[in-house]
Design a protein around this ligand. Structure first.
Ligand code: PMT
Length: 400
């Protein structure tokens, strides 16, 4: 991938993870992006401006009132030329300032003046990150259209472990690439995406379900909207915000998902079935709460409809992409499903691998095609994985 012609402004804040952003900037430069760096005063306590200047071959902005190299108002000109604004590591301080509309240094004024998408990558002590004030500020900014990556969980500089580490530089760069993806190659296409788990009721208070968070399917929807598609997102119950620009249909059970998918199938060009649909449901749903009885308890289950298999039966010239969440024999199981369900591609993810599968912001996928060929992808954000899946769909569409 080349980022030639794209300008990424990187705002570096004061945190030990600032050293990792040197690598991020270096990787962006290797992809031919034009990179301008703004450092806060505290960032300069961790890394020097010279380090970034040596990599970017451009002046690094450290001071609101310094002598400009060129005669322009720097925070306005950078705000205007940015195709993407990346803030990493984003401290509780910058997140709080942006959420409160405070613009008192070069970084906060430039972000405030930009119309480019802003990707914020927090990194801080895990107690600070979990602090409700920080979380409320993040939620507020998300609602205003700012993009966030979640911090990694692991050992922190102070020696303890928790959620607050800056994601690894390749993962941040993948996200930047995905957001800068220029193409509108899905314009005119209608894509139906399913996401999240289904819930199969046992009684009024209990259900069977799985760990799907909806992140993978929501990323596919977001990427498809960015690339110009009309997107219908049929979602099971999840706790994440719906992507902007989709037609959204909320469902609970597999039967409801089946109805919503079937109703919209005839008007779409492609389906991406990333939902984790329950294979079984209770044979009978009790009207009343089931009371505690003896030491053992069993429930009679019956098979749910296989939505994707049904679509495979009536597919005609539509493109069908399935997912296979596997814990063993990944490729064999996925290959079996591609045949059984008459799919064009299946996206296989080994859900036992760290950084892949349920609930994570990243995934490790393999795309299998019906001719038996397979492409392996490295660990990447779910948004980047979504773009890889859509690249494949565009390829199939063009070859028809
Ligand atoms: O939501 P996240 O937390 O981001 O996690 C993402 C994910 C792991 C859920 C996702 O990447 C994934 O793998 N989704 C499919 C999970 C799954 O149900 O796999 P499966 O092997 O059981 O089903 C194969 C395919 O048939 C899937 O496309 C599924 O949507 C579809 N299916 C399955 C059963 C059924 N009754 N009807 C279906 O349509």
């Amino acid at each position: 991938m080349s980022l030639k012609g794209k300008c990424c402004v990187v705002g570096v804040c004061g945190g030990i993870a600032a050293y990792k952003v040197v690598d991020v900037v270096s990787r962006l430069k290797k992809l031919d992006a034009e990179v301008d760096v703004i450092m806060t005063a505290s960032a300069q306590e961790f890394v020097t401006a010279l380090t970034f200047r040596s990599i970017t071959h451009r002046p690094v902005i450290t001071d609101m009132f310094g002598e400009p190299e060129e005669w322009d108002v720097r925070h306005i000109s950078l705000a205007q030329k940015a195709d993407l604004f990346l803030i990493a590591p984003a401290t509780a301080n910058i997140i709080g300032k942006l959420a409160s509309g405070i613009a008192d240094d070069m970084l906060s004024t430039t972000v405030m003046a930009t119309k480019a998408p802003v990707l914020i990558v927090p990194a801080m002590n895990y107690n600070m990150y979990a602090n409700p004030i920080v979380q409320q500020n993040i939620e507020k900014l998300k609602k205003l259209g700012y993009y966030f990556m979640e911090p990694d969980t692991g050992r922190m500089a102070e020696g303890t472990s928790g959620k607050g580490r800056l994601p690894e530089p390749p993962v941040i760069v993948e996200e930047v690439c995905a957001m800068l993806k220029p193409t509108r190659d899905l314009e005119g296409l209608s894509i139906l995406v399913t996401a999240g788990p289904t819930r199969e009721a046992l009684d009024p208070v209990r259900y069977l379900s799985n760990h799907s968070s909806g992140k993978m399917g929501y990323a596919v929807s977001q990427a498809a909207v960015e690339r110009g598609a009309d997107v219908i997102l049929v979602s099971g119950p999840v706790a994440i915000d719906k992507p902007m620009g989709v037609e959204y249909i909320q469902v609970t059970s597999a039967d409801e998902m089946y109805d919503a998918v079937m109703k919209n199938f005839k008007d779409c060009d492609a389906v991406v079935m990333s939902a984790a649909v329950a294979d079984y449901k209770a044979a009978e749903v009790s009207d009343l709460k089931i009371k505690k009885q003896g030491d053992d308890f069993s429930v009679q289950l019956v098979k749910n409809v296989d939505i994707l298999k049904e679509l495979g039966r009536i597919k005609e010239d539509k493109i069908l992409a399935g997912f296979a969440a596997e814990t063993d024999n990944l490729l064999e199981n996925a290959a079996k499903k591609i045949k059984e369900k008459n799919l064009d591609i299946i996206v296989a993810n080994d859900v036992t691998m760290e950084g892949a599968g349920f609930g994570t912001d990243t995934n490790i996928i393999k795309i299998l095609r019906k001719d038996g060929s397979v492409t392996d992808f490295p660990l990447m954000s779910k948004l980047s994985a979504a773009h890889c899946i859509l690249d494949e769909i565009v390829g199939i569409y063009k070859s028809k």
